[in-house]
Design a protein around this ligand. Structure first.
Ligand code: URA
Ligand code: SF4
Length: 222
């Protein structure tokens, strides 16, 4: 038996976020940003916190950084609507400061519930805050984004086996071509891994499977 989500469905989870006063960030937010995308996806992207545009629109990754992310995804043939995207905290920190540890902690129940409802096989963490949070949930050491990026790491989160793929925050890549190249490389890895998961799922029970030369998930694990 797996761990049960505190919320039985997405609607009650989103409703709770809308009315949440669990940390002081609710005071300055215009709109909470619960997350959006395909709720049947096995891939979840996790960012840090909503920025100004996200706060205005109530949607994740719709400002400049979000447009860059969406562009990179689409250039690799990953439709943004095919994945689920959310953030560690659901309300915008004033002036886009980093969320404080106690805000991350207060908001954790929502991210945990999203993971339990989605049951993703892959979580892509965008930036240091998301990486630290997801690796912390998997009781694994987080060594900073530049050290951790570009490889997959198998984590046990809430009794689920999840491949975490850390990468940079797209905001860091906006005006830095070198970092943008790294972000693109990491998203290419995400694509390869998700394709091999799809392949494995499709070929379950396939007698030819053992003869297949396609890379398996395990080939990507460090
Ligand atoms: N940065 C984030 O971390 N999340 C967003 O939704 C937008 C920008
Ligand atoms: Fe609630 Fe999270 Fe918003 Fe804080 S950031 S008020 S915990 S939804």
């Amino acid at each position: 038996m797996g761990i049960q989500s505190y919320f039985s469905d997405w609607q009650s989870l989103e409703e709770a976020i809308k009315h949440c006063h669990k940390c002081p960030l609710y005071r300055s937010r215009k709109n909470p940003v619960p997350g959006e995308g395909n709720k049947n996806s096995y891939v979840m992207f996790v960012g840090e916190a909503p920025g100004a545009t996200e706060d205005e629109m109530g949607r994740p990754f719709v400002g400049a950084a979000g447009r860059l992310l969406t562009m990179i995804l689409e250039s690799l043939g990953i439709k943004r609507e095919s994945i689920y995207i959310t953030n560690v905290v659901k309300c915008r920190p004033p002036g886009n400061r980093e969320p404080k540890d106690e805000e991350v902690e207060a908001c954790s129940i929502y991210l945990e519930s999203q993971i339990l409802l989605l049951k993703p096989k892959v979580i892509v963490t965008l930036g240091n805050v998301a990486g630290k949070k997801i690796f912390g949930m998997g009781s694994q050491q987080w060594g900073g984004v530049m050290k951790m990026r570009g490889k997959a790491c198998k984590l046990s989160i809430l009794n689920l086996t999840i491949l975490a793929i850390p990468t940079l925050h797209p905001a860091a890549a906006l005006y830095n071509p070198q970092l943008r190249t790294l972000l693109e490389e990491d998203i290419k890895l995400v694509k390869k891994i998700t394709e091999s998961i799809a392949q494995e799922t499709l070929s379950l029970g396939d007698v030819q499977k053992s003869k297949s030369k396609t890379k398996t998930l395990l080939d990507y694990l460090k």
